[in-house]
Design a protein around this ligand. Sequence first.
Ligand code: A2P
Length: 394
Amino acid sequence: MNAPFKQHLIDPEICIRCYTCEMTCPVEAIEHDDNNVVVNADLCNFCMACIPVCPTGSIDEWRVVETREAAYSLGDQYGWSELPEQADIAAPDGAGEDDPIAALLAEAHKGAGGKARVPASASKPTVNLYTLGTPVEAVVQGNYRLTDDPDHDVRHIILDFQGKPFPFLEGQSLGIIPPGLDAKGQPHLPRLYSVSSPRDGERPGYHNVSLTVKREEGGVCSTFLCDLQKGDTVQVTGPFGATFLMPTDPDARLLMICTGTGSAPMRAFTMARQRNVGAKPGGMVMFFGARTPGSLPYFGPLNKVPDDLLDKHLVYSRLPGHEKEYVQDRMRAEEDLVAEMLQDPRTHIFICGLRGMEDGVDRAFTNIAESFGQQWTALRDTLREEGRYHVETY
Ligand code: A2P
């Protein structure tokens, strides 16, 4: 048929190659090569199952093409390092006032969440330097246990790239390819981990990276990583992620909300600010949820971070003799602080950790925004639009 066609695409600049969309798509319309993850226009039925599972929003891209036959092919998409602009497409004869292109795009976005945007002052990230086909080898410099709880093994793993470039920014992730084959006899796909060190390394100038990894029962990659010894090697892809990035403006304020290993990027932000900005009371506020102090990653080092650098609210859900408390409960208890930050145009919000916390945190923000007469959904849209609202949950 000779009608404009709305095509579903993935933004290769923002995609972190976690392959969750591919695993979620019920009609196998999403596939990948060593370079990109792409959508087969012949198979995609716009069911939108892939939209909410994408951690970056890179999946929520649409272009209208002249006809279905003119859709971008898989070959086109595999070759892209960025998305093509929306081409000008003439409305079919007799379309009149109703613009079919605009209608198609509006329909395509119905129900999809708002798009993440980059903080205005963030540095430009490098993405996809090392791919599935061309990973870089890193050597393990150290593997340290971060938790006391015997049932909760979280590791701080330091990797060194032996002089090879691995330019990354705080908030970015990298992929680890576990050795061996999967159940189908195929090489494993990389698993994504947030980098927990600042861009210049665990120690300034060392240019190594650290990861914060929780041992998951039966987890192929987490078991591999948690068992690594000093001197072992790993295959790394990335870096990935172009929106969950730290603002470099020293006056920016960070409101960081995390659970468990979601603290990884927050550690990177805190160390980077400590090195580059120093203490600015109220500049960084953290709500960090864990089961107990013994299972809270970086409990010891975090407690040594001065309060005027980082205002810490450590919250426990399984502390004997205490009621369960989640980050959203503490945010409510600290309503005045959160309300003041929400009204400050310098505030950037970063949320990282369990997917389950998103709703609770959203509800807490709703109540807190009401306390100063604003509607959270509208405020959130503005924050997102201004690159000041970032969520990475799993
Ligand atoms: P719990 O599992 O006790 O209900 P970790 O990954 O280290 O277990 O930490 C995750 C923390 O997040 C735990 O304290 C966990 O509590 C808590 N948590 C679980 N579900 C939610 C939720 N819906 N909102 C906020 N925090 C949650």
